[in-house]
Design a protein around this ligand. Structure first.
Ligand code: NAD
Length: 259
């Protein structure tokens, strides 16, 4: 299927690795030029080169912390008029809510709620004026099925989800859609770190923890980042213009609800 977005420009946040990188690569394969951000220069530049080699499109790496004003400004300076915005950042750490104070909560809200909201604010009116825009927020399956140790993520991402539910209905008349992609367990560095933390808590070896999680998913495996990237590229396509304000789970069927 031709996604109809060749020649478009995308800003993909937090994209040197994992799901953000997979989204950038999938968009680049469709002929979209991508600006990718991350905090560590060498990893980011390596990823930029990898995407260039694989696709031949223009890839602009921007070093910076996307959860800060400076990081967001640097990203927007490099890509001031994106047609496509993929909001992503590292997730907050797991833990017990009794140990979290104001600082931990502010960090989570800044990273996983305010950062995407501020980037939407900075880009959505341009998309509306140009008559095309696709915004995808990478959130988490924890928005639908909260994971107790990820309370910071459950809370902050739900705030973003509520905000998006409102504005997504205002932008679609201008061919600007805003949707959320909710990953379950995908094989990335982040997933590995989560298993290491849960192995420490349970006292089980990490590999046992990994096997247990793999077996307990209905798909009997973890998601592949390229599967996530493909879903993201479809949401950014011309074919997805009638779809907005949705929360799309990619979790191998782990969420057991009928709806
Ligand atoms: P990852 O650790 O593999 O990759 C994260 C990427 O974001 C890296 O490129 C990193 O450099 C970049 N990054 C992190 N913080 C940043 C910041 N402040 N500014 C700029 N760049 C930053 O993680 P992932 O698995 O790809 O996860 C992406 C998001 O999806 C996270 O928010 C994570 O919590 C969420 N998520 C992931 C899974 C999963 O199974 N992988 C499941 C649910 C939710």
């Amino acid at each position: 299927m031709d996604l109809g977005i060749a020649g478009r420009k995308a800003l993909v946040c937090a994209a040197s690795r994992g799901l953000g990188k997979a989204c950038a690569l999938a968009l680049a394969r469709e002929g979209v030029s991508v600006t990718i951000t991350a905090r560590t220069r060498d990893v980011l530049e390596r990823t930029a080169e990898e995407i260039r080699q694989a696709t031949g499109v223009e890839v602009t790496p921007v070093v910076g912390d996307i959860t800060t004003d400076e990081g967001r400004q640097a990203a927007l300076d490099a890509c001031p008029e994106p047609d496509i915005l993929i909001n992503n950042a590292g997730g907050p750490p797991p833990g017990d809510f009794r140990n979290w104070g104001r600082d931990e909560w502010i960090g989570a809200v800044e990273g996983n709620m305010l950062t995407p909201i501020l980037l939407i604010k900075a880009t959505v009116d341009g998309m509306i004026a140009r008559g095309f825009g696709r915004i995808v927020n990478i959130t988490s399956s924890a928005v639908k099925a909260p994971i107790p140790v990820l309370g910071l993520s459950n809370g902050a991402r739900s705030g973003l989800t509520g905000f998006v539910a409102g504005i997504a209905r205002e932008t679609i008349a201008h061919n600007v859609t805003i949707n959320n992609l909710l990953p379950g367990p995908f094989e990335t560095d982040r997933l590995r770190a989560t298993f290491e933390a849960s192995a420490k808590r349970s006292g089980r070896p990490v590999e046992e923890e990994v096997e247990h999680r793999r077996r307990s998913n209905p798909a009997r495996r973890f998601g592949r980042p390229e599967e996530f990237g493909a879903a993201c590229a479809f949401l950014c396509s011309v074919h997805a213009g009638y779809m907005t304000g949705q929360n799309i789970l990619l979790d191998g069927g782990a969420y057991p609800g009928t709806f």
